[in-house]
Design a protein around this ligand. Structure first.
Ligand SMILES: C[S@@+](CC[C@H](N)C(=O)[O-])C[C@H]1O[C@@H](n2cnc3c(N)ncnc32)[C@H](O)[C@@H]1O
Length: 224
């Protein structure tokens, strides 16, 4: 698999231009993904510099290990970014010269239906970056109260049709649990005009993913 297929990083050169100011420095990438930014960072540091890459997703870690196998001045860990301080303390690397966040999901995650991130293909309601975490999208969709679902759609999706979407979800799950992404997409489609559907689905799926992975709480801890 080539790295563009895995994920094409945004603002690759611009982001790394600002990040790497000292070729002897220690640089951290909190969202390693396919290693696109990582490779560019590693190209710009020398043998005295060090790269630290974190990702919660085992597939991302395996792919990045392979992509970056030609570089030895690196440390790669499969952890959520809120463990950043723990990793840096363990390795005795504080303070570092720069930290990069490229939040969200990689193309490979959206393109793997069985991960449950995509509203375009049927898959289980999963959406976990780390498959050992307990909370899945299935639990959020089927077990959260209407008030909690509403909060998630408003705060993490900025979705203005949230009331009707929540009502549809709750009505549907009263009969039997909602099991997959196609079912969820169909339920959402009943709440919005067809021409707004794709953007609404993107916001709803994003909101649930943010909740499943505790993304905002983890970001807050990472930034602190
Ligand atoms: C947009 S992609 C990063 C792409 C990467 N910059 C590249 O060049 O390929 C986001 C990645 O961050 C990971 N991720 C998202 N939130 C995370 C978190 N809080 N801690 C660790 N990894 C996270 C996802 O698993 C995904 O692989």
């Amino acid at each position: 698999m080539d790295s563009d297929f895995f994920h094409r990083p945004v603002l690759l050169h611009t982001a790394v231009d600002y990040l790497v100011t000292d070729p002897n420095g220690v640089y951290v990438d909190c969202n390693l993904g396919g290693g696109g930014h990582a490779k560019e960072i590693l190209k710009r540091i020398n043998a005295n510099g060090l790269f630290v890459g974190l990702d919660a997703d085992a597939q991302a870690i395996a792919f990045a290990e392979d992509t970056l196998s030609g570089y030895s001045n690196k440390i790669i860990r499969r952890v959520f970014s809120n463990q950043l301080d723990v990793v840096l303390l363990q390795e005795g690397l504080l303070p570092v010269h720069g930290v990069l966040f490229d939040l969200g999901i990689s193309s490979f995650q959206v393109d793997s239906p069985k991960r449950g991130f995509s509203f375009q293909e049927e898959g289980p309601l999963d959406m976990r970056f780390d498959a050992s975490q307990k909370l899945t999208a299935r639990e959020v969709v089927n077990e959260y109260s209407p008030a909690e679902l509403g909060r998630i759609l408003r705060e993490y999706g900025e979705e203005k049709h949230w009331k009707l979407i929540v009502r549809n979800i709750v009505n549907e799950r009263t009969g039997a649990p909602i099991e997959n992404t196609a079912q969820l997409a169909e339920i959402v489609s009943r709440a919005v005009p067809a021409k707004q559907l794709n953007k609404t689905l993107a916001r709803v799926f994003q909101a649930i993913r943010i909740e499943v992975n505790g993304e905002l709480e983890r970001l807050k801890v990472s930034l602190e």
